[in-house]
Ligand binder design. Structure first.
Ligand SMILES: [Zn+2]
Length: 415
């Protein structure tokens, strides 16, 4: 099951496209070399940092220890650190010695509920909670970037903002951080993020425009004079009919709607019903379309004396929409630092993954990348939320070097 899923995911990635490698500015190469050296010096320490996070996972809204560990480390490196932003969020600013634009990196910090055994030697010590979405990897990459950029602070032209977000799994953290000024003083000109994915370690994937779907919540209330179970079936069928995704598909090309009934609850001896469904979609303004699609069925019911109410709300999982110009431009530094074949051009959107990083992208143009963390030789597969999720720690350094290159490239050419 897992393997099929993985296979679909990887096949969905499409073909790697080669482009002529442009000449990196010598200054940029020099800075990247210094960052690479620094990462080599602190490698063991960063692996320990990540293992400590892995052993002590904290679920959404409870990232107190993780946030404290991050903020202490960044303060020690001399960054300006703000804590408790939108819950346990941390925002750190590293001002370069030279003037220039502002570039941000976002890492999420929360873990996931899982009772499945943790197969690694540094297993979670918290019963029922594990890092199986790789946020311990993302957080450590953020810290690695702080180490790297601090080592070139004098010659750095511009500022780096590191955003450590709580409560991503409950998709409330990004909104809370934005409301509490995470993207102000200074306001970034661009924002980047990575999410672990089941590609081989060493690879990084991205696509322009929509890369992850957004979520919505649909609610239909029915009210009548008699038992409405028949009408409920009709409405449920109509909601299921909104699906444009073939059953079992894990990723889809083009726009799609995936609807899942969450629950149908009755009251007043079956004369009143609330039918709830989750919608995952790439379509930004779905509300009108859904109402149009469901209205004929509901109006039919109304003619039979059944009153209805239809509500559709976008959840804060805003999906991920990559800025096409930034995404395109980043491929050159990615290939320069990771190798010609390292960038995987994605052509499809996974159906059931969502993210609230999209809310940051609504404020500031940005790009999220899928960072490969699998290692087929060792049998490690980094499929997020899979019970046997294991991430290759080498991916921390791949991710840190990749993001350092992309962010430096942005600072070098700026806006
Ligand atoms: Zn995640």
């Amino acid at each position: 099951m897992r393997l099929t899923y993985l296979l679909l995911f990887v096949l969905g990635a499409g073909l790697v496209q080669h482009e002529a490698r442009s000449q990196e500015a010598p200054a940029l190469e020099g800075q990247l070399a210094v960052i690479g050296e620094r990462l080599g010096e602190v490698k063991e320490d960063l692996v320990d940092f990540r293992r400590d996070l892995h052993k002590n996972p904290e679920v959404s809204g409870q990232e107190r220890r993780t946030a404290r560990k991050v903020s202490k480390r960044l303060e020690a490196l001399g960054l300006e650190v703000r804590t408790d932003i939108g819950g346990h969020g941390v925002v750190a600013v590293l001002k370069g010695g030279q003037p220039g634009p502002v570039v941000a990196f976002r890492a999420d910090m929360d873990a996931v509920f899982s009772d499945a055994p943790d197969p690694v030697s540094f297993a979670s010590r918290v019963p029922g909670v594990r890092h199986i979405c790789g946020h311990d990897i993302h957080t450590t990459i953020g810290v690695a970037l702080a180490e790297g950029f601090a080592s070139i602070q004098e010659e750095l032209a511009g500022s780096v903002v590191l955003v450590f977000q709580p409560a991503e799994e409950r998709v409330i953290g990004a909104q809370a951080m934005i409301q509490e000024g995470a993207l102000q003083d200074p306001k970034p000109d661009a924002i980047y993020a990575v999410h672990t994915a089941p590609f081989e370690t060493g690879q990084i994937g991205s696509k322009p425009n929509v890369m992850m779907a957004r979520r919505g919540n649909l609610l239909v209330n029915l009210n009548g004079d008699e038992d409405l179970s028949g009408a409920v079936k009709t409405v449920e069928n109509a909601i299921n009919g909104l699906n444009t995704v073939p059953p079992g598909a894990s990723s889809v090309e083009g726009d799609f709607v995936a609807a899942r009934i969450v629950q149908s609850v009755s009251s007043k001896k079956g004369k009143q019903w609330a039918i709830r469904a989750n919608i995952t979609t790439t379509i930004k303004k779905l509300e009108e379309q859904i109402k149009e699609d469901l209205r004929p069925v509901l109006e039919d019911l109304q003619e039979q004396g059944i009153n209805y109410e239809l509500k559709y709300e976008n959840s804060s999982a805003a999906g991920v929409t990559n800025d096409p110009a930034l995404e395109q431009r980043s491929r050159t530094p990615l290939r320069a630092v990771l190798g010609e074949d390292a960038h995987v051009e994605l052509t499809t959107v996974p159906v059931f993954f969502s993210e609230d990083f999209g809310l940051f992208q609504e404020e500031v143009p940005g790009v999220m990348y899928f960072l490969g963390v699998s290692n087929s030789e060792k049998g490690w597969v980094g499929m997020p939320h899979s019970p046997d999720y294991v991430a290759d720690e080498e991916a921390i350094f791949v991710g840190a070097k990749a993001m350092a290159a992309v962010m430096l490239d942005f600072l070098a050419e700026g806006h």
